[in-house]
Design a protein around this ligand. Structure first.
Ligand code: CTP
Length: 399
């Protein structure tokens, strides 16, 4: 998918710059035309010559130097790029970009380009977790920049923690994936719910569940990649907000999720309810922290509204409604009942007792049960790949 794509690779001054030589090489092997921009500091780590040889293109660095092969205009690379990748994205470059500073070739290009920008932060973990860096990263992702999460492990400064540049292949795959998704959902409004709800008991306690939100976030990401207008309604999650969403709504309780979803339902073409909604909430939420007194304590719960069931009742012709069924027993039987009771187009059933499946894992093991009685089974797969399968199924119904 990278064949003929023009990738501007921005190499900033971090020790991980050496790994980016391999990124440039792999991108080129996959057919991309790679143009490297280096900061002055990056050249302390890797030479211009290395990148020039690997990419077969001149390396841009000094804004005022005479340029051999490409347009001398200093924003030429900004215009030419199909995508920009910053690796390593140092705290300094991230900070400058977040503020709109354009004081060298790289930051000028970043400010001028309209191409999608991917950035892979890589630095000492204290620098990374510093509030200012975190705020800057958030500013950039809020502007639609695509964050490539740093990996954890040994760091060049002798410590270990989060802040490593991911393996070169991972960076290449991220770019490749971006170009490979066919824009099959352009113009479609997709509403996704994710993560678990929390039902308060008193000011410090709540009833919650183990959902990380990963399945729903992956579906939202895949829908964005396919060109849809995506709204994500999410319970609390430690994951970063996927880039490119039309709207992100953070909710806490099932009641909040219900109103956020109902408000947007009539405009949605496709609704995928991956959230783990608490079925019950405390009948009375204590105003003050409940003190321990007796040996036993009874908490009275009342039923939460079933959001999905309500959507199933309101569903209009042409709207596609997808639910999830997290089960620990009688998987198919229970999922089938939910499919019918909630008037869904299909249901994604997963047995959460299976290893590496269900809550808080990178992978999942699912079966898709449809209205026509068909059952599609998938092997243990990454949630992002399953998200693609789920949307493939949606698209086949749309046809
Ligand atoms: N769901 C919902 N509102 C609820 C409960 C569930 O919208 N109050 C949705 C979930 O987002 C999911 C589907 O319904 O898509 C099934 O959720 P699940 O927890 O598996 O089933 P329940 O309907 O709650 O049934 P049970 O708890 O008896 O298994």
């Amino acid at each position: 998918m990278l064949e003929g794509k023009k990738i501007v690779l921005c190499v900033a001054g971090g020790i991980a710059a050496y790994k980016v030589v391999e990124v440039a090489s792999k991108l080129r092997q996959r057919g991309a035309e790679v143009h490297v921009i280096m900061t002055r500091e990056a050249k302390e780590f890797v030479t211009e010559l290395t990148f020039r040889e690997i990419t077969g293109q001149p390396v841009a660095s000094d804004m005022f130097a005479p340029v051999a092969h490409f347009n001398v205009e200093h924003i030429a690379l900004a215009n030419l790029a199909d995508a920009v990748l910053i690796a390593p994205a140092t705290a300094n470059v991230i900070a400058k970009a977040a503020c709109g500073i354009a004081d060298d070739m790289m930051t000028t290009t970043l400010l001028a380009t309209r191409a999608p920008i991917f950035f892979a932060p890589s630095m000492n973990s204290n620098m990374l977790t510093n509030d200012v860096t975190q705020e800057n990263i958030k500013k950039l992702t809020a502007r639609g920049w695509h964050l490539i999460e740093p990996a954890s492990g040994h760091l060049a400064c002798g410590t270990s923690g989060k802040g490593r540049l991911p393996e070169p292949m991972e960076l290449v795959e991220t770019i490749d994936e971006f170009f490979s998704a066919e824009k099959t959902l352009v113009g479609k409004n997709v509403l996704v719910t994710a993560a678990g709800t929390r039902e308060p008991i008193d000011p410090v306690r709540y009833i919650g569940n183990r959902s990380s939100g990963r399945m729903g976030y992956s579906i939202a990401q895949e829908a964005v990649a396919r060109g849809a207008n995506v709204t994500l309604v999410s319970g609390l999650s430690a994951l970063s907000v996927p880039r490119g969403l039309s709207e992100f709504i953070s909710v806490e309780t099932a009641a909040e999720m219900r109103s956020a979803v109902l408000e947007r339902f009539s405009k949605a073409d496709i609704v995928i309810k991956a959230a783990a909604v608490a079925d019950y909430r405390a009948k009375v939420v204590a105003e003050n922290k409940i003190k321990k007194n007796d040996d036993e304590w009874t908490l009275t719960l009342e039923k939460n509204p079933d959001i999905l069931k309500e959507l199933g009742q309101k569903k209009k012709a042409g709207q596609i409604l997808v639910g999830f069924a997290a089960e620990t027993q009688h998987l198919l039987e229970n999922a089938k009942t939910k499919l019918e009771k909630k008037n869904l187009d299909f249901i994604v059933a997963n047995d959460v007792t299976k290893p590496n499946a269900g809550f808080n894992t990178e992978t999942n093991l699912i079966k898709i049960l449809s209205r026509d009685g068909s059952i599609e089974e998938f092997p243990l797969m990454k949630k992002r790949d399953l998200a693609a399968k789920i949307l493939d199924r949606v698209e086949s119904i749309m046809k």
